[in-house]
Design a protein. Structure first.
Length: 142
């Protein structure tokens, strides 16, 4: 789920993925409210609405079906601040016989933004991903 949220939802890891609560998932409207600790100090940027994209929704539904009754957080494992998710991710990639790429989780988000920018106006993508058009232009519009 960590990877799906970063890759298909464009969430920052770990701050946004670990902070995502089931109460923030609006299944009927097909969106989720993402709290953003990184940008909350900017007026109006404490949270954003992100669609439950077609690639993401099946992963969320599968985890929802397995969630304990009354579970608060979408991600229940790896919540200890001492766990280094990047190191764990690198290990899994190496075990698969592949070479880890730079900025593992950031590049998952960046790739999602690039895909979205091919389909939607940049300002809409930025609202979903949670960055500015200037930042996005440096990664998606070269």
């Amino acid at each position: 789920m960590l990877f799906a949220l970063s890759r298909f939802g464009g969430l920052r890891n770990p701050s946004e993925t670990l902070g995502l609560r089931w109460a923030a998932i609006d299944w009927e409207r097909g969106r989720m409210r993402v709290r953003s600790p990184k940008t909350e100090h900017h007026k109006g940027n404490a949270e954003r609405l992100v669609p439950l994209f077609g690639e993401l929704r099946p992963h969320l539904e599968a985890v929802w079906d397995q969630a304990d009754e009354g579970a608060e957080f979408v991600i229940t494992r790896y919540r200890d601040a001492s766990v280094n998710l990047r190191t764990m991710f690198e290990k899994v990639i190496r075990q698969a016989g592949l070479k880890p790429w730079p900025r593992l989780f950031q590049n998952l988000r960046s790739t999602r933004e690039t895909e979205l920018a091919q389909e939607f106006p940049l300002h809409v993508c930025c609202a979903w991903i949670g960055n500015s058009q200037a930042i996005a232009a440096g990664t998606t519009c070269k």
